[in-house]
Ligand binder design. Sequence first.
Ligand code: FBP
Length: 701
Amino acid sequence: MSQKKADNKADNIEDLLNNPVAVKATSNENKEIVERRGYQPPICDVFSSGLTILSDTDQYGFTVDREAKKKLPKIINHKVQLISKAAKLKAGQQKQYYKKRNIGIVFSGGPAPGGHNVIGGLFDAAKKANPKTKIYGFLLGPDGIIENETVEITAKMVDAYRNLGGFSMIKTGRTKIDSRRKMAFSKKTCQNLNLDALIIVGGDDSNTNAAFLAEEFYDDKIQVIGIPKTIDGDIQVKDLEGNILCAISFGFHTAARAFSNEISNLCTDSGSDVKYWHICKVMGRVASHLALEVALQTHANMTLIGEDLAEYIDQDRIIMAKKQGIIDYTAYGMTLRHLSRVICNAIIRRAGVGKNYGVIVIPEGILEFINEIQVFIIKLNTIIAYYNQTQDLDFHEAFPILEDKLEYLRRLAKTSRETNIMTVWNSRDDDLFNDIPGFFQEGLLTERDSHGNFQFSLVETDKVLMGLVRDYLNIKKEKGLYKTGIKKDYFQKVLKQGDLDPEKVGPVLFKNYINGEFLLVRENIFSFKTLKTALQKADLITKAQEIPAPIEKIYTKSVPKFKTQAHFYGYDGRGNDPTCFDCNYTYNLGLTAFSLIANGATGQMAAIKNLEKDFSLWQPIGIPIAPLMHLEERNGKLALVLEKSVVDVNSVSFQIVKALREKWLAAVPGEDNFRQPGPIRFAGKTEEDRPITLVLNALAN
Ligand code: FBP
């Protein structure tokens, strides 16, 4: 290209870039974002006067863990605190409430839609109480506290992120403040910033951190408040009597709605080109709350719920064992093999009515509920943690490739009996482990996160399961038990078009010709050769004759093809802009956090009671974190952590999903029962403005 031509082109591009249409079309801003930023969430009535008071209540009790009592003595006796509106306080109190403060806030763990509104609510309340108050954002999660990396949050920053998803304003990280050293650095940072209070927005592990920091900072009068965040929805708090204090963590509704929209689109697609089974893995590190909500939102053909599998009892095995006078412990809980059979049976039943397609939802954490896998996870956690504690190099650095890791395990199995040092891995474990596919072994040996958690999102759970399903389907196919049902009138039409008598061929070809709406090829016909033999035996053709084309066509159609497409729904939904529910919830959580701080609380989690009800009934409260802690296996040892809440199989929402399972599987002639929730709509009234799980569970009260 000549220099002149190149210059012209550059000028042209400059002109184009400055063209108002191009400027608008390529801008980062759009109408939706502008509308979102301008939305002012409604505030709970208790905040309307700008002044609140706290009162401790004995109405709600918890079973307190002995270890929690020992480790968190200063905050263990804290009570649930009710927040109410105040018109005026006593002079001293009022001064305290409105005093200038320095407040730090940190995001911890995975992003969850609504985090920016927590900052928005906190910022608005704090600045209203005293415009001189400063809000510091710790950058990149708890590392920001340890390393004193902060930014002072300004009105401009808050306004830029109002009602928007992600944690982009100050970012997040997964570091745990779990050593004396990190604790000391954190304290130093808070003292250097002259902090009055620290707010930790996080999941179970981060709220655990909040409790330990509250205990540590107690005498320095630095208040620590937790905020229940995680798309997994596993921070739910009930008291001893089952009263719901926190129905769900923030971000859950948005992620579930985002996943549901995508999965419902797949339902539409699969029901249109009728050739794929879509295997949808949805996030949720352990609990299956997200999968349950997706089931309610989409009515996908099959949704597995981990907690349900854990409850499974194989009655046949129990009866068999009883006859032999023994107890078969393997009958309790679902095995991977058995689960693959349950899935196969559903696929075969749908195929029988001509439906070689569908949508299966698999929760990311399902393996946690499969006994045999759970045992491996715990044993390997212990081995890795022990190695890291006793050797200079990290386990994964010492054994970078799978073969090295397997070799180490092999050695461990051999020496376990002799040395008595690390006895959790014996030769039986090693044999069983060597039976599973390499990519799955690799998954189970994957690096644990900073909290010692197994990283389910890194394991191709769906691949493991669907591999077994495929094998089992092939066995069923070979036995002639997996066939595509052929619509009777279609069969009759095709045969008549080929001048053949369907009434003569039908009973020879199909096992249910007389009564069936969808015809199933006989089990002894599983190849062209066996088909030919059957036709000859019935004198429909001679040995010399070929299989007539219409019969060949019908037979070919009756042989099912199991084609799958795998999808993972996680990071995408986690980054979605929040639903109205999450916008309102999180803004009010920010206001609640400030109210707790202004009233001197510490070691509490800001929460909103009655989330399952109408907004007018939402009740901001403070929940003491310490009494919610219990002992759990982490890094191969028992550690005091906030208890995760998994799906309650007796809950109304689960029972309803269970009762509708068969309907949604739709292994009968006719249409599927898919539901289309549609995309997250920010403006206007949506059909349901809170998680369906919550709406249904509220029916129990
Ligand atoms: P949090 O509990 O920290 O909010 O994170 C939840 C989650 O999104 C899980 O659903 C998922 O298993 C995990 O984070 C993924 O972790 P990472 O972001 O480190 O890949």
